[in-house]
Design a protein. Structure first.
Length: 145
């Protein structure tokens, strides 16, 4: 869902998901990233061009996802948008795992990189092995951070 606050849609919002497609896992994904439901690609229209939008994706906790992983269009780094450093979170709710994440229209996670009132993004509810600190690692050009 789009324009969500803790998994609930804001009543006054006109933002809408206009396309949602499941795609095969791309070959350039990090090998350690386990994607049990492959890639989810979506397009959403927003209330205002250039704005940031919050999305919620519900998945079965049995898939073992520890985030919503996307590739930064600027650096090529795969990051977990459903983590606090990116303004996201993961919540168990009613027997489902809710992945909350934000994408800015025209920002590094908007596939068309244009502030045009729409966000196009592809990502995966997936599992990345945790680092020694307990945080999911970030992968860039084959190197783990």
């Amino acid at each position: 869902m789009v324009d969500s606050q803790d998994g609930k849609v804001t009543a006054s919002s006109t933002a809408r998901i206009t396309s949602l497609v499941q795609k095969a896992t791309p070959t350039q994904m990090p090998r350690a990233l386990e994607t049990p439901i492959a890639l989810t690609s979506f397009k959403a229209t927003l209330d205002a061009a250039g704005s940031s939008e919050t999305f919620s994706l519900y998945v079965d906790p049995k898939i073992g996802a520890n985030g919503y992983w996307v590739q930064d269009g600027t650096t090529g780094t795969w990051v977990n948008l459903a983590s606090s450093p990116y303004g996201g979170k993961m919540v168990n709710e009613g027997g489902r795992l809710r992945l909350d994440f934000q994408i800015k229209d025209g920002g590094p996670f908007d596939a068309d990189s244009t502030a045009d009132g729409a966000v196009t993004a592809s990502g995966a509810a997936a599992k990345m092995p945790l680092s020694v600190t307990g945080q999911a690692s970030v992968v860039h050009d084959g190197f783990w951070f």
